[in-house]
Design a protein around this ligand. Sequence first.
Ligand code: GLN
Length: 486
Amino acid sequence: MERLCALSIPDIHLLLKRGDIRVQTLLDEAYERIEQNSLNIFVTLFKEDSYKRAKEIQGRIKRENDIDILTGIPIAVKDNICVEGHNTTCGSKMLHNFVSPYSATVVKRLEDRGAIIIGKTNPDEFAMGSSTETSFYAPTKNPHNNEYVPGGSSGGSAAAVAAFEAVSALGSDTGGSIRQPASFCGVFGLKPTYGRVSRYGLVAFASSLDCIGPITHNVGDSAIVMEAIAGFDPMDSTSIPENVARYYRDLNGGAENIKIGVVRGELMDCIDADVRDVMDEFTEGIKSTGIQLEDVDIAGFDFCIPVYYIIATSEASSNLARYDGIRYGYKNPELKARDTNLKEMYEVRRNEGFGKEVKRRIMLGTFSLRTGYKDKYYNKAIKARQKITTYFEEILKRVDAVLLPTSPILPFKIGEKINDPISMYLSDLCTVSVSLAGLPAISIPAGYRKGLPVGVQLVGRRLEEETLLKIAHFLEKTGLTGLNKR
Ligand code: GLN
């Protein structure tokens, strides 16, 4: 049987339960594809551990007839999320030999439900980027066209799902890093409400924005994985103490009375014609289902990029101070501690351990937080962030979800933007505002242009992931989602 990793989690579950396939067969297929594809999707593979676990799980499937739906499901994890006993490199030379002393809460929760983590996927260095090109471990290639980027920073995770190297993957989203690569790779990507999923064990980039979420082939799988990882965690002080809905069980129904706000106005003038075309086609499709639509205008989208890059880099400059080469990180083997002073040691280790983009952000963030500049940049950005949140809240009083493109542009070629940071930052136009507002959003594959996937995103109210999943599922059932249309 081919392409088991293309099946949905419930379908695989059925095959495992009936004894039609074994857990090992799933792993064989996943690892075989990883080796054949050569898309540079994984930084580390957990082959030995996975097969050991598969053996134990297969035994459990034989013994028990009531197994969890996630039992034996191969899942890939972005390499900024800790898995005990394995490397967490964050795509950086700085952490090339760092071994996680514990597992992230999301990983524990998936493993407790029987899932198998097959390895760690390539990210942009410290999740800073939109193309997976800033990784120390070389760029990942887009499975739809190897000359193109898979998006970033969870490019490895999105590509793993798109290339059928895993059934599902976890990514992290600070300013779009689950949604944009999902869009570039033609898969679903769900960024939860900030605080809905524990960040414990996720290496911090910008702590007030970082979220973990699932990347999948279909909405049902997003619901299943999301349900497993969401919920309060005492180990994360920003985790929200609210019950988690039964996302998967309740996927059907309730989408009929929904009202969706479609983004128009100036923002759409900044969107590529191809992407706009897909968005229009998708909107027409929704209209024909009877879902009510209303035009909305997102105020303040023009200052989202600077606000995001000031806040994210400020937090990053503080979070990344811990990589001093003493407690964590790269040590230059030639530089002996006794031959140098402390300042020089920090300089050498940080200079050699971090890549160009990470350094740029540390400097930007340090600048924004400097005495005398803080009011002008950081404090101003915090105020603007509040405004952006209010704009969204106002719109979401009238509509249940907001529809807009996930990325203003099509996937671009490897190398095309890497030396033009401003153009790379501008490509985050459609995702960063949602992150600043802390809202949930799902990127849905909506079309194909020039041989490349295009996604659109639905943004929902705080903690209303359930509504987003229901709408996305409804649209999936009516055949609106996917990449088949040209
Ligand atoms: N592309 C954005 C950035 O470079 C978002 C990254 C992310 O969400 N991790 O900051």
